[in-house]
Write a protein that binds this ligand. Structure first.
Ligand SMILES: Nc1ncnc2c1ncn2[C@@H]1O[C@H](COP(=O)(O)OP(=O)(O)OP(=O)(O)O)[C@@H](O)[C@H]1O
Ligand code: SF4
Ligand SMILES: [Mg+2]
Length: 330
């Protein structure tokens, strides 16, 4: 994917392998390219296990043990992360890119209080006095609607999952990042707090031109905040499109299946996707979606379709022009 004017963050040809016991390795992300512009929100959607977190974290080299980037280039504000020495990488990712991990509770150090732990990123990269760091942390905790002083002095085990999630958002926003990578930021939050957190993120995007790479299961959230959507299946992007086009006229049968599985979007005609997502290392020959696709023909099983432009979308389906998929009808 060649960088375009206004690109803040580009990922090109990302491949991630995961390791099993005994050293057996399997490709879990295969050739994913993405871009996020200044002030833009790109949503990554797909069923559980499709590879969304590996893509989001692999792009900034923050994968958990057992997973490894084996190919790909990531550029942030014109600088290629893979070319940077470790201290420059830490500064760029620590200050320029905020990351909100899916496992919020497990991401905190259990033996250090939340407040001082949050402030470490500022202490490492900015010459701020201890009092100013503390003030900024308290302010950030307040913005995510946590009781500031109480939570500043809490340990991770004293927080609920939703509180840990919000504290992590506060920490991720402390350095005023230009890009926020948020992996399921609303999981564990009730509807009211979830809405408040989402609108905080969206306000920051608007006010500061922050880019947002949003990983979520929730297509309602996607409809409300995303500019573009990348749909992930079996570790590859099978469709990418502006949000309105994707909901109105999905081009890939998997995208249509995701929309048809959500009661609020299917408008009384629930159309769940048959079968299960493929297991790791079990992608079929040809189109990975073929075993579950109502539109599959023999040719679909011969060659894996690549992303190509069809209408407003980039789509990896050999039959995209022939299909009139219902989408949400919106
Ligand atoms: N550290 C790891 N070691 C081994 N396998 C992993 C590791 N992380 C993820 N996987 C596997 O890679 C695949 C993709 O995982 P990933 O976490 O990216 O899915 P996801 O789309 O984020 O799912 P969810 O919506 O449930 O968060 C899954 O089959 C998962 O079991
Ligand atoms: S290529 Fe064939 S099997 Fe794959 S999504 Fe398109 S129609 Fe379905
Ligand atoms: Mg995930």
């Amino acid at each position: 994917m060649s960088p375009q004017a206004g690109d803040l963050f580009t990922v090109d040809g990302l491949e991630v392998e995961v390791r099993f016991r005994g050293g057996h390795r399997v490709k879990a992300v295969d050739g994913v390219s993405l871009r996020v512009g200044e002030g833009e929100t790109l949503a990554l959607v797909g069923e559980s296990g499709s590879g969304k977190s590996l893509i989001a974290l692999g792009a900034v080299d923050l994968l958990p043990p057992g997973a490894e980037v084996v190919a790909g280039r990531t550029a942030f504000q014109g600088r290629v992360l893979q070319d940077l020495e470790a201290p420059d990488w830490r500064r760029l990712v620590g200050m320029g890119i905020g990351v909100l991990f899916q496992d919020a509770l497990g991401s905190w150090d259990p033996i250090e209080m939340i407040g001082p732990q949050s402030g470490e990123v500022l202490e490492a990269h900015e010459t701020l006095g201890a009092e100013e760091v503390r003030r900024r942390v308290l302010d950030a905790l307040g913005r995510v609607r946590l009781p500031r002083r109480l939570k500043y002095a809490s340990y991770a085990h004293q927080l609920s999952r939703g509180q840990a999630q919000r504290a992590m958002l506060a920490a991720a926003l402390l350095s005023l990042p230009r890009l926020l990578i948020a992996d399921e930021p609303l999981s564990g939050l009730d509807v009211t707090v979830g809405r408040a957190v989402l609108s905080l993120i969206d306000d920051l995007r608007r006010e500061r031109g922050m880019g947002l790479l949003l990983v979520t299961h929730d297509l309602g959230v996607v409809a409300g905040v995303a500019d573009r959507v990348a749909v992930v299946y079996g570790g590859v992007v099978v469709e990418e499109a502006p949000v309105a086009a994707l909901f109105r006229a999905p081009r890939h049968p998997y995208t249509d299946g995701l929309l048809g599985s959500v009661p609020a979007l299917a408008r009384g005609r629930l159309r769940p996707i048959p079968g299960d997502p493929p297991g790791l290392g079990e992608l079929p020959h040809g189109c990975p979606f073929a075993p579950r696709c109502a539109h599959a023909v023999a040719g679909c099983r011969q060659e894996r379709p690549c992303l190509r432009p069809v209408g407003d979308s980039q789509v990896a389906c050999g039959r995209a022009e022939d299909l009139a998929l219902p989408g949400t009808g919106a």
